[in-house]
Write a protein that binds this ligand. Structure first.
Ligand code: ADP
Length: 533
């Protein structure tokens, strides 16, 4: 029970029994420490020379990754301030796809530097104000130095995708993958009236299959279904496919209540079965009458129906995912129908071919040459399930950065170049500010440099020497100078081909600043005994 005294000395009970309260400096210190610990976890995985993490869940399932968002998603974080950092990695992942590790590392550094200011008696509100101003200024500075590219410049888009994959397991195959990724994003991109592009990466179907190697990843102009044809008597390939899409079962519905039918002679049994057969036949006849030679069904298909469909030479696949049905509808121009009575020729979609092919031990159905050219599937391969899972995560990030640049075609260098540039300029700007805010802006600049420092550290380079060399080259006005960690030297990022979307850099700065500010403004942590509700 927490008892507070009023002015008149009368005790007033505010908090329930069992509630815990941490106030002032202690609360701040606690929160900052927790958030810094989270940043420390992902710190060593930043950059191409960063290490991977092995995450083991309660069931013993193992995930190996260096993707910041995945690492933090998998670990069960308890502390509320630490949870805020996990949230910024999620937000960054959703917004721009890449930069999740950088956002958390930057937020951790902002908090560490704020702590030293608090110890010098600078009030947290002044730090927060200084940080916010500095973040805005940093964004403006980066916007000024960003290069404009054409939204459909394949070369520039491939560079962006390659840089994103540099830090991942797929690095060796990044050239090949980048080409496929750019092709697929361009395929699904839609041009708006104002000339800008809009990309929904959910329009790109990603199928993964363990086996082979990352080199075997492929792009398919069409839709790939991880399902096989239902009956061995059906054709394995149909050219000039006319496709029916049905989201209902081709089976006789079971009644919801238990019914007992008394059958007294074999004739009655036969007519009962005949009736069922007739109903199934009826549904199949509707498919045949529509002129379809391919049937994709979202639900189950009765054995008898399979037999009739095979006899009619209709290639049939069942239990297709709802999301795949939507993609098939979009790609082939077919209308998804629920009732077989409503199936007519006008509802059918088309594709040049539908074919079942062997993928490792499975058989999958490939729908190619679709009416709508925007249908694409990325078929991801890799030596084991864990490898394919990591390939999928890396491909997702690369798809997102390409989307970012198509939607906002501005790019900056990577390798810590923009962060060092902004830090140098912010320090100059800080001198023009009055009062303690100046200190906060300077600390913000120091925090930005955690990115080049960490990149160097993780690559086994000397962080102090590297930063000194980087700063001096940047001061000479060379804004593209960064750290090429693969070569272990400070050099031009243009020459090393390391580029990133401006939108990722902006997202990292804004959301790390937001999270750090929120944590700094807390001076009271009250944990109630029971959760609300
Ligand atoms: P994030 O989750 O933040 O994207 P990464 O581990 O993918 O974290 O690392 C991204 C950082 O690595 C970016 O700052 C990027 O510029 C940098 N980077 C990528 N490739 C290279 C390279 N070859 N040399 C130096 N830095 C690189």
């Amino acid at each position: 029970m927490s008892i507070q005294s009023s002015a008149g000395g009368i005790p007033v009970v505010i908090l329930k029994e069992g509630a815990q309260q941490t106030k002032g400096r202690d609360a701040q210190k606690n929160n900052i420490t927790a958030a810094k610990l989270i940043a420390e976890i992902v710190h060593s995985s930043l950059g191409p020379r960063g290490m991977d993490k092995m995450l083991v869940d309660s069931l013993g399932d193992v995930t190996i990754t260096n993707d910041g968002a995945t690492i933090l998603k998998e670990i069960d974080v308890q502390h509320p301030a630490a949870k805020m950092l996990v949230e910024i990695s999620k937000a960054t992942d959703n917004e721009v796809g890449d930069g999740t590790t950088s956002a958390v590392v930057l937020a951790g550094s902002l908090l560490e530097n704020a702590e030293s200011l608090i110890l010098q008696d600078v009030h947290p509100t002044i730090i927060v104000d200084g940080y916010r101003k500095a973040a805005q200024k940093a964004v403006e500075l980066l916007e000024k130095i960003a290069d404009k590219v054409s939204a459909t410049d394949k070369d520039a888009l491939e560079r962006i995708a390659r840089t994103s994959m540099q830090t991942k397991l797929v690095r060796r195959d990044s050239a090949n993958l980048a080409e496929m990724i750019v092709k697929s994003v361009i395929a699904v991109a839609e041009k708006k009236d104002d000339g800008q592009y809009l990309v929904d990466i959910d329009d790109i179907k990603v199928e993964k299959k363990a086996g082979g190697s990352i080199k075997d990843c492929a792009i398919i102009k069409g839709i790939v279904l991880d399902k096989e044809i239902v009956h061995s008597g059906m054709p394995k390939r149909i050219d000039h496919a006319k496709i029916a899409l049905v989201n209902n079962a081709l089976e006789i519905d079971k009644t919801e209540f238990d019914a007992k039918i008394n059958i007294t002679n074999p004739q009655q049994m036969k007519s009962f079965l005949d009736e069922e057969q007739k109903m199934i036949k009826n549904m199949v006849d509707k498919v045949i009458a529509s002129g379809a030679n391919v049937l994709f069904c979202q639900k189950g298909i009765d054995d008898m129906a399979q037999h009739y469909l095979a006899k009619a030479g209709i290639l049939t696949v069942r239990r297709i995912k709802e999301s795949d049905m939507t993609k098939l509808a979009k790609a082939t121009g077919a209308r998804i129908i629920s009732n077989f009575d409503d199936l007519f020729e006008k509802d059918l979609g088309s594709a040049e071919s539908v074919e079942e092919r062997k993928v490792e031990t499975d058989r999958w159905v490939f729908v190619e040459g679709c009416k709508h050219p925007k249908a694409v599937t990325l078929l991801l391969r890799g030596g084991s399930q864990r490898v394919v899972d990591e390939v999928e995560r890396s491909v997702h990030d690369a798809l997102m950065v390409v989307k970012d640049v198509m939607e906002k075609p501005l790019i900056v260098a990577g390798g810590g170049a923009p962060e060092t540039y902004a830090a140098t300029k912010l320090r100059e700007w800080a001198k023009t500010l009055e009062g303690r805010e100046q200190l906060a802006v300077e600390k913000f600049a120091d925090s930005l440099e955690v990115i080049p420092i960490t990149l160097a550290e993780n690559a086994g380079m000397d962080p102090i020497d590297t930063l000194a060399s980087l700063r001096s080259k940047q001061l000479k006005g060379n804004k593209w100078t960064g750290i090429d960690v693969m070569k272990g030297q400070v050099s031009s990022m243009h020459a090393s081909d390391i580029f990133e979307p401006l939108s990722v850099k902006i997202q990292i700065i804004t959301c790390a600043t937001e999270a750090a500010s929120m944590i700094l403004r807390i001076d009271d942590v009250i944990a109630t005994a029971k959760s609300a509700g």
